[in-house]
Design a protein around this ligand. Structure first.
Ligand SMILES: Nc1ncnc2c1ncn2[C@@H]1O[C@H](COP(=O)(O)OP(=O)(O)OP(=O)(O)O)[C@@H](O)[C@H]1O
Ligand SMILES: [Mg+2]
Length: 211
C-alpha cells in the first residue's frame, strides 16, 4: 500500500482544537480511504468521542497512549491515513514519538497574538524532530476564527514572525464543531447543519494533507 501522510494534531496549549480537528479530519478522510485515529493523549478524548459514536462505521480510534511509536508503525502499514491526537504539550513523551515519525504536524492555534507567539516552543521541537525526521512538514491552522471576520493585520504580522507556515484555510468558530463532537459525530455527518464546516475541513485537506 502506498504510504499516505501520517498526520498529527500537535500543540502546546490546552483547548486549541486538536481533538476537534483530529476527529473531523479523520472522518472526512475516511470517506475516501481507510483511515484510523491514534489517540496519544492521556486524556483520551478521541477515544471518548468514538465510544459515543452511533455510526458503527465511524472512523476507528486506537489507544496509542502507552505504545505510541509501535501504534504508528503498525497503523501506517494497515491504513491509508493515520491521524494522531496528541497531548497538549510538546514536551510530552507521546508528542516526541509522534513528531519523530509523522509526515505532517498540524498545529491548531486560536487567532490571538498571545497564542501565536506561544507556538515558538513548537518551532523549537519541530526543528529538533527534523534532525531525525527531515521531511517533517509543520503547518499552523487558525482555529476558532470568528465567523465572517477576516484575519486582522496584527494576527497576520504575528504569523509572519514565525518560521512555520500557516494554512490559508482557517477554521471558523461554529456550533457544528461543538454539537457534533458531543454527539460522537463529525461535521460531515450533520447534513446541511454542518455543510459550511464540512466544506472548510475538505478545503484544509486539499490544501495541506493531499498537497
Ligand atoms: N472551530 C471550532 N468552533 C467551535 N468550537 C470549537 C472549535 N474548535 C474547538 N472548539 C471547542 O473548543 C473546545 C476545545 O477544543 P478541543 O477539545 O478540540 O481542543 P484540544 O486542543 O483537543 O484540547 P486539549 O488540549 O484539552 O486536548 C471544545 O469545547 C471544542 O468543542
Ligand atoms: Mg484534545
Amino acid at each position: 500500500m502506498t504510504n499516505m501522510p501520517v498526520v498529527a494534531l500537535v500543540g502546546n496549549k490546552g483547548g486549541s482544537g486538536k481533538t476537534t480537528l483530529c476527529v473531523n479530519l479523520a472522518s472526512a478522510l475516511s470517506a475516501a480511504a481507510p483511515t484510523i485515529v491514534l489517540d496519544a493523549d492521556p486524556q483520551r478524548s478521541s477515544l471518548q468521542w468514538r465510544n459515543m459514536a452511533e455510526r458503527e462505521d465511524a472512523v476507528p480510534v486506537l489507544d496509542a497512549v502507552d505504545d505510541t511509536a509501535a501504534a504508528i508503525r503498525k497503523s501506517r502499514n494497515e491504513y491509508q491515513y493515520v491521524v494522531i491526537d496528541c497531548p497538549p504539550s510538546v514536551h510530552a513523551e507521546q508528542t516526541g514519538h509522534v513528531l519523530a515519525m509523522c509526515d505532517l504536524a498540524l498545529i491548531p492555534v486560536q487567532p490571538s497574538p498571545l497564542d501565536i507567539w506561544a507556538t515558538v516552543h513548537i518551532e523549537d521541537k519541530v526543528e529538533e524532530a527534523r534532525r531525525k525526521n527531515p521531511n517533517l512538514r509543520a503547518v499552523l491552522v487558525i482555529n476558532q476564527l470568528e465567523s465572517r471576520t477576516r484575519l486582522s493585520r496584527i494576527i497576520r504580522q504575528a504569523l509572519a514572525e514565525l518560521s512555520l507556515p500557516a494554512a490559508e484555510t482557517a477554521i471558523r468558530r461554529r456550533v457544528a464543531y461543538r454539537s457534533s463532537v458531543l454527539e460522537g459525530r463529525a461535521v460531515t455527518d450533520l447534513g446541511s447543519r454542518g455543510a459550511e464546516a464540512a466544506n472548510e475541513i475538505s478545503q484544509l485537506i486539499d490544501e495541506v494533507v493531499r498537497a
